[in-house]
Design a protein around this ligand. Structure first.
Ligand SMILES: O=C(O)CCC(=O)C(=O)O
Ligand SMILES: [Fe+2]
Length: 326
């Protein structure tokens, strides 16, 4: 470690679920979970050859974090996994005219297409109670796991994970080093930074933030709490699994984040409806079209008003009790 002001991440045995929950999960404090994946079949099965031979033909999405930042999953460039692994193992990306940045398989959502791979990992982590992500309706489901294959030339610049989820990054092959900053110091860091650049790290430290650093190798995992900034580099060829968790305690904030996605869409639809009604009210009064009756227009409108009223009351009650208790 180059800078002695950088603190070492604490590290505990992953089998000590009680200690993890009390000291780290409850306090949203990052930690290294030693041996998290040591008994997963993936540790014995997964390798560059395994993926090349079994899934080499599959087109996988790659990221270009430096030139494109985080793109929507469906918009990412896709390349055959075989080509990607050849490149990653060689660690010899050379600039070409079209693209000067090496591609990074920074999060492949594999489990719908290849659910058999789920048998190689353990998603029922004893450290995490009940994962509420499984309760979401399929239409807005957030994939609870993804696969990351890396090499020395690629990394994840400083970022926070969306929706305030708990993230567990378990190493299957190779080593990663991470630097993390608490959300309490968000004002002195920014998205996309390289905290491994000593000039940037020193600037962040000087402004009063703490930087935590740790390295994990096969079988070990990082626990990255909600909202924590993290910058992750690959120390050679790596295969890792990221698992996302939302427990009961953090679900209300998560729900609010999801609503932030849905509400603008709902508002837009409502606005259009109001525009149409306004336009109609300017013209001579027309009788309601027959389809209103068939479609149960009045019934649905009443149900909607009831839903809004109930929702409003529950939210107001919740806010009142929140203020009383804090
Ligand atoms: O390994 C990486 O490059 C990124 C991992 C990460 O950002 C995460 O687990 O949230
Ligand atoms: Fe992340």
């Amino acid at each position: 470690m180059s800078n002695k002001n950088i603190k070492l991440l604490e590290s505990i045995d992953a089998s000590n679920a009680m200690l993890f929950q009390k000291k780290y999960l409850m306090n949203e404090k990052p930690v290294i979970l030693k041996g998290m994946g040591k008994d997963w079949p993936a540790i014995r099965r997964w390798s560059a050859d395994f993926f090349r031979n079994t899934y080499g033909h599959v087109e996988v999405p790659v990221c270009y974090y430096k030139s494109k930042q985080q793109e929507p999953y469906k918009k990412q460039v896709k390349i055959p996994l075989k080509d990607y692994i050849d490149l990653a193992e060689e660690n010899k990306f050379t600039n070409n005219k079209n693209n000067s940045e090496p591609p990074y398989l920074g999060g492949w959502i594999f489990h719908n297409e290849f659910p058999e791979l789920l048998d190689d990992i353990d998603m029922t982590l004893p450290c995490f109670p009940d994962n509420w992500l499984y309760k979401l309706p399929p239409s807005i489901s957030i994939p609870p796991t993804n696969l990351i294959i890396g090499y020395q030339q690629v990394s994840s610049p400083l970022h926070t994970d969306s929706f305030f989820v708990n993230s567990v990054l378990t190493m299957i092959v190779g080593k990663k080093t991470a630097r993390m900053v608490s959300p309490l110091h968000a004002s002195v860091v920014s998205n996309g930074q390289n905290l491994f650049n000593p000039i940037i790290a020193n600037k962040v430290l000087k402004q009063g933030a703490e930087i935590f650093e740790g390295t994990v190798s096969a079988g070990d995992a990082f626990y990255i709490p909600p909202g924590w900034w993290h910058n992750v580099i690959n120390c050679g060829f790596t295969i890792a699994v990221q698992n996302l968790h939302v427990d009961t305690y953090r679900f209300p904030l998560f729900e609010q984040q999801l609503r932030g996605f849905v509400l603008p869409i709902l508002s837009k639809i409502e606005d259009l409806g109001r525009n149409a009604r306004e336009e109609l009210s300017k013209t001579e009064t027309l009788p309601a079209p027959l389809s209103h009756k068939i479609g149960g227009f009045i019934e649905h409108e009443k149900n909607y008003v009831m839903h809004l009223k109930k929702s409003l009351k529950k939210s107001e009650d919740y806010l009142r009790s929140y203020y009383l208790s804090s």
